[in-house]
Write a protein that binds this ligand. Structure first.
Ligand code: SF4
Length: 638
C-alpha cells in the first residue's frame, strides 16, 4: 500500500495527541532544509535508529545532512525511530516510517543512509526497515527499493549486519558520500540491474558490499579465509579518511524539545595518539588531524549566530592534546565573554594543565569535573596503556576541589582478564582517597561520582584476542564495588552485565550473528540500549534458535594466528602492530604518546600520499619526505 505525504500528515494529526512528546515526530525546526522533491535527482534519507531525543545530537548525521543538502541535485531528510507508543499508533493507523521534513515514506527515497555508531542499535534498524515496509534482507530488495547503506564506528566489523545492508562505508563519509550519490545517479539513468549498482559501489575506496565476499569457515567455525566473489570489489577494504578536516557544520537543526545534548558539537580534532589498548575509537580513527584555531573560532561564531544555542561542545578523543588548546581557550574566552555562551571541553587528561584550562571557561563548574583514570593500580594501567600515577590523580583532584568544583566524576573500567580482585578493590580505595582529598580541601561539600564500565574487547584493537569476563565474574566485581563504595558522598553507577554480554557478542561477531540478530528482533528485542526495554531473554532464545553458543564470541581466547571475521576490513593500522602491542601488554610494557615517538602502526605507509600532499602540523604523524611510489593504498595489506 502506497501512502502519500498528505495522507501521512492527515493521519498524524489524529494520532499525535495520543502519544508522548509529539514534537519528536513533526519536524519543522529552525534550520531544517526542505527542498522540492521534484527539483532534485537523488533523495537521501538519513536514519539514526534511535529516538529523536538521542539521534538529534549525532554529529555524523549532521555532517552528512549539510553536505548532501549543499548539492543542487540531491536532498537529505532525517528519520528517527519512533518510541514504543508512537510505533504502536503508527502500525495501527497504517503509517509507514517517514522523514521529518517532507513526511515522505522511507520507501520512496533513493538512498537510505544509516548511522550505526554502536551495536545496540542493530535491532532498532531492523525495526525501522520493517516499519518502513522495506525488505529486511538485502537479497530481497528490488530496483524500486532504496539502496540501504550504513556507516559509523560499529561498522568496522560489518559482518553481523551483512544480511541487512546493501553496502557499508568504512571510515569517514565526507567525500565518499558524494561518490556514492554520483555512482547511484549514473546507475539510475541506465537501466542496469541492482546487482550492477552494488558491483559499481564496491570499487569505490572505503565501500564494502558484503554480498560480494564469502567467508570460508574451518571445522571449529573460526575463519579459514574470506574470498571476494567479484573482480571489481576492493580487497582488503581500506577505510576512507579525509586528508584535511573540512569546515565543520554550522547550521545545526535546533530541536523542538530537550535532547541529550542541546548544543553545537564542534570537532576540534579527529583521532588520538595516546594508544589506550581498549579504545576502539582511538585505534580506528588514526591519524590525528587538527583543525586550525581560526577555523574553530569562526565556526563557533557562525554556529552561535545560526542556531542561538547557548552551549558549544569542543569534541575530540583527548581535548588537552589539541596542539593549540591554550591559544584556543584564550581566544574563545576573549571573544565570547558576555555573550551567554558556555563552552564544554570533554576528555581532558589527568594533570593540572586541564584544571587551568577548565578554570578559564565560564560556568564550567556546573556538571562537575570529569576524569577517566580507567584503572587504579599500576599493574592494570600498564596493561591498558594508560599510565597515570595515583599521586598525579590526587594532586589534580586537590586542584579541582580547591578551584571551586564540588563534584569530581571518575570513570573506571573493570573486566579485563588480567584484572585481580585486588585491582578492583583498589578502584574503591582510590575513590575514597580522592573524596578524602576533597573533604580536606572544601569540607563536606565535596562529592564524588564513580562510573564503572565493563571492558568489551573490540575488533581492530590490541585486545581483539582477549576473552572478556563472564557474567558471574562481572557480578562479583560489581558487588564488591557496591559494598566498598557505600558512602553518602559517593554516587556509584555501573553497566548492566547483561548489556555488556550483548555488546561483546555483537562487537566481535561473525556472519552467523546476523541470524541471531534477526531472531532476537523477532523475539521482541529493540531499544537494547534502554535498560527498561532490554530483553536479555530474547537474545538467549535467539542464540538457541540459531544453535550458536554465545561463549564462542565472548569467553574464548583467540590464538595469535586466528583470522578474524573483520580482517578484510583495513583501518590502516597493521594487524602485526596490534599483535605486538597485545604481547607488550602481557609484559606490562607501555607505549606512550606516539606524537613523541612514532611506533610505525602502519597508518603512515598506507596514507603516505595523503600525508605528502598535506605537509605541516595539521597531521600528528611525521612528515613523509620520500617521493610518491604511486602505490595504490587500497591494495595495502593489513
Ligand atoms: S603512524 Fe606513527 S605517529 Fe602516526 S598514528 Fe601510527 S604510530 Fe602514531
Amino acid at each position: 500500500m502506497v501512502v502519500t505525504p498528505v495522507e501521512i500528515q492527515r493521519k498524524l494529526e489524529r494520532i499525535l495527541p495520543t502519544v508522548r512528546k509529539p514534537a519528536r515526530y513533526v519536524g519543522g525546526e529552525l534550520n531544517q532544509v526542505v527542498k522540492s522533491w521534484e527539483s532534485v535527482e537523488t533523495r537521501v534519507a538519513l536514519l539514526f535508529p534511535e529516538i529523536y531525543d538521542i539521534g538529534m545530537s549525532n554529529l555524523g548525521l549532521a555532517i552528512l545532512y549539510e553536505l548532501v543538502n549543499q548539492r543542487e541535485d540531491a536532498l537529505a531528510e532525517r528519520v528517527y525511530n519512533p518510541w514504543i507508543d508512537m510505533e504502536r499508533a503508527m502500525r495501527e493507523a497504517g503509517i509507514p516510517l517517514y522523514s521529518l521534513e517532507s513526511k515522505q515514506p522511507l520507501c520512496n527515497f533513493d538512498i537510505l543512509g544509516v548511522t550505526l555508531p554502536y551495536e545496540t542499535l542493530y535491532t532498532n534498524l531492523l525495526n525501522a526497515l520493517d516499519l518502513a515496509g522495506i525488505p529486511l534482507f538485502s537479497q530481497d530488495r528490488s530496483v524500486n527499493d532504496p539502496l540501504v547503506i550504513a556507516g559509523g564506528h560499529s561498522t568496522y566489523n560489518p559482518e553481523p549486519m551483512h544480511l541487512f545492508l546493501d553496502a557499508f562505508v568504512i571510515g569517514e563519509g565526507e567525500q565518499v558520500i558524494h561518490e556514492i550519490i554520483d555512482t547511484f545517479q549514473v546507475w539510475k539513468r541506465s537501466s542496469a540491474s541492482r546487482q550492477e549498482l552494488l558491483v559499481n559501489l564496491s570499487s569505490l575506496n572505503g565501500v564494502y558490499v558484503p554480498s560480494l565476499y564469502q567467508p570460508v569457515y574451518k571445522a571449529d567455525w573460526t575463519i579459514e579465509q574470506v574470498v571476494k566473489l567479484e573482480d571489481q570489489a576492493n580487497f582488503p577494504i581500506l577505510k576512507r579518511i579525509v586528508a584535511k578536516l573540512p569546515p565543520p557544520p554550522t547550521h545545526f537543526i535546533v530541536p523542538n524539545l530537550e535532547t541529550v545534548h542541546n548544543r553545537v558539537a564542534l570537532e576540534i580534532m579527529r583521532g588520538c595518539t595516546r594508544g589506550c589498548r581498549f579504545c576502539h575509537a582511538g585505534m580506528v580513527s588514526r591519524p590525528v588531524r587538527e583543525r586550525s584555531v581560526d577555523q574553530i573560532v569562526q565556526a563557533i561564531e557562525d554556529a552561535h549566530r545560526n542556531t542561538g544555542f547557548e552551549e558549544i561542545g569542543l569534541l575530540s578523543l583527548s581535548s588537552s592534546d589539541y596542539t593549540h588548546i591554550s591559544e584556543l581557550i584564550h581566544t574563545i574566552t576573549g571573544k565570547f565573554t558576555g555573550r551567554h555562551l558556555g563552552i564544554s571541553l570533554p576528555s581532558l587528561r589527568i594533570e593540572s594543565f586541564s584544571v587551568d584550562l577548565m578554570n578559564q571557561l565560564k560556568d564550567s563548574r556546573h556538571g562537575g569535573f570529569t576524569l577517566a583514570p580507567e584503572a587504579a593500580t599500576e599493574h592494570m594501567r600498564n596493561i591498558i596503556n594508560k599510565p597515570v600515577s595515583t599521586e598525579q590523580l590526587l594532586n589534580t583532584s586537590h586542584q579541582i576541589y580547591s578551584r571551586g568544583w564540588t563534584t569530581i566524576k571518575l570513570y573506571f573500567m573493570i573486566g579485563h582478564p588480567a584484572e585481580t580482585i585486588a585491582d578492583v578493590k583498589a578502584i574503591a580505595e582510590l575513590c575514597k582517597a580522592v573524596l578524602a582529598e576533597g573533604h580536606k580541601t572544601i569540607g563536606r561539600r565535596a562529592k564524588l561520582n564513580a562510573g564503572v564500565a565493563t571492558f568489551i574487547p573490540k575488533p581492530h584493537t590490541p585486545f581483539q584476542w582477549v576473552p572478556c569476563d563472564s557474567f558471574d565474574q562481572i557480578q562479583v566485581k560489581q558487588d564488591l564495588l557496591r559494598q566498598e563504595l557505600r558512602h553518602h558522598d559517593i554516587k556509584l553507577s555501573w553497566t548492566d552485565a547483561k548489556v555488556t554480554m550483548l555488546e561483546s557478542w555483537l562487537s566481535r561477531g561473525d556472519r552467523r550473528m546476523a541470524q541471531v540478530i534477526h531472531s532476537a528482533w523477532r523475539n521482541g528485542a529493540r531499544f537494547d540500549a534502554w535498560q527498561e526495554h532490554f530483553n536479555y531473554e530474547a537474545w538467549i532464545k535467539a542464540f538457541k534458535d540459531s544453535q550458536l553458543d554465545p561463549a564462542f564470541y565472548t569467553h574464548r581466547e583467540r590464538s595469535l594466528d586466528e583470522v578474524f571475521p573483520w580482517d578484510h576490513i583495513h583501518t590502516g593500522v597493521r594487524k602485526s602492530f596490534l599483535k605486538r602491542d597485545y604481547l607488550q601488554s602481557q609484559k606490562s610494557e607501555t607505549q606512550p604518546d606516539c606524537r613523541q615517538n612514532c611506533y610505525a602502526c602502519g597508518i603512515l605507509p598506507v596514507f603516505a600520499d595523503l600525508r605528502r600532499e598535506n605537509p605541516g602540523e595539521a597531521w600528528m604523524c611525521p612528515e613523509v619526505k620520500t617521493p610518491s611510489r604511486h602505490k595504490n593504498a587500497a591494495t595495502a595489506q593489513p
